[in-house]
Design a protein around this ligand. Sequence first.
Ligand code: PEP
Ligand code: MN
Length: 338
Amino acid sequence: MIVEMRKGAAPDEVDGVVQRAKSLGFNVQLNLGSEKTVVAILGSNTGQLSTDIFAVLPGVETVARIMKPYKLASREFKAQDTRVQVQGLEIGGNRVLVMAGPCAVESKEQLMEAAWAVKEAGASILRGGAFKPRTSPFSFQGLGREGLELLAQAREEVGLPIITEVMDTQEVSLVAEYADILQIGARNMQNFSLLNAVGKTRRPAMLKRGLSSTVTEWLTAADYLLSQGNNQVFLCERGIRTFEDTVRFSFDVGSIPVVRRNSHLPIAADPSHAAGHYALVPAIAKAAVAAGADALIIEVHPNPKVALSDGLQSLTPSDFTRLMKDLRAVAESVGRHI
Ligand code: PEP
Ligand code: MN
């Protein structure tokens, strides 16, 4: 249930609503907008609650139920776009941010070469996996802590913030020590303990869409992060499993406008894991920007032929440089810039 306070409602009026909700055993979350405050009343049986309980309180403008399964991620709770702040950069503003780098951190040389190359081409955040969710236990699993160390060195030397995946609740504090953005992978979209743990860090977090998840399930999963008080959350469309087998996953370009319409959270796109093949990445990346993506995350490897993971879908630095040029034109055509 959403309680919208009047413009300029006094803090003790807001508190009156909060205390009333708490006394009835509900949780609350506040959206302190510049114009007015919105109080979300959260709990499993708000459906049985009469809206009048809050409508009569001083300072209350309107009381409405959120009919969607997701609450805090919805535009009903927060109408204005969220902007995620990462080391002076903003995800969700007019600029489309590009995150790029190798699928996995493999060595210092590989990471530095990739980092300098993507920076030169205009990327503003470096990606690289230290903990890798591989389909087979016999595939390269990532360098773990050593990979995080190398990412921190790359940030220091090259000057790009870093995004890296956290796979397990036990690693959240370790990864949070290093990463500027915590990535929650597709396979963990509904790992609710992980979502709660990442939510508690209140650090920027990117929630990838589960490979068989609906947009509604994805936004409802985002509520876990938000419910822990983390408002630095953005989403990432990375393709879903369909009957189609000529691409690795079917990139759901429609999810971008759907998310923008129904949620205040910024949305990124990962054309690499959707495509599964380097030749298909540029077209999907451009489509995503045209559709309104706020950021891209793209795999780039200095020598994809010898990559320890996802070489086939990784762009070479020169292909990435060309793509960046095209992306600038697409962004401009939709009133944005890279
Ligand atoms: C990744 O970004 O490296 C990754 C494993 O992606 P996803 O979780 O989307 O499969
Ligand atoms: Mn990958």
